[in-house]
Design a protein around this ligand. Structure first.
Ligand code: CMP
Length: 140
């Protein structure tokens, strides 16, 4: 089925000037970018996004990292977009990410891991709506 998924190009990848290369991978894989903005997250916006991780030991570092510099939030659309994006990203820990994936090529650590992607249809729906209104999506 055609799906939409939320992608975040994280502060480490933005700082590396890798926005274009990462977007090229999405487009070459057949995913359309139907929404995109560069923003700086504050503690409240980042903390709310990652609320499901609130009790995890890495949560404070995660919020600190995600507010350390600008991010690009984007909506990717295509056939099986959620799984397709997760394949392009590779494993959460770049040390375990398959060769040729975004995290293998651009990420330094499990904290600074270059990209985020929704992990299920339910989280994709929540995460897209967390950053984008209907009017901000340019579907075609
Ligand atoms: P992301 O897909 O954005 O979702 C939560 C983030 O927490 C994850 O990517 C990692 O960057 C970060 N993180 C840090 N430590 C861990 C961990 N042990 N397990 C999962 N995610 C972690």
């Amino acid at each position: 089925a055609v799906e939409k998924t939320l992608s975040i190009i994280k502060p480490d990848a933005v700082a590396k000037n890798a926005i274009g290369e990462i977007n090229a991978r999405f487009e070459k894989a057949g995913l359309q970018i139907v929404g995109m903005k560069m923003i700086k997250l504050d503690d409240e916006k980042a903390g709310g996004f990652y609320a499901e991780h609130k009790e995890r030991p890495f949560y404070p570092a995660l919020v600190e990292f995600m507010t350390s510099g600008p991010v690009v939030v984007q909506v990717l659309k295509g056939e099986n977009a959620i799984a397709a994006n997760r394949e392009l990203m590779g494993a959460t820990n770049p040390k375990e990410a398959a060769a040729g994936t975004i995290r293998a090529d651009f990420a330094e650590s499990i904290d600074a891991n270059a990209v985020h992607g929704s992990d299920s249809p339910a989280s994709a729906e929540r995460e897209v709506a967390y950053f984008f209104s209907e009017e901000e999506l340019c579907e075609r």
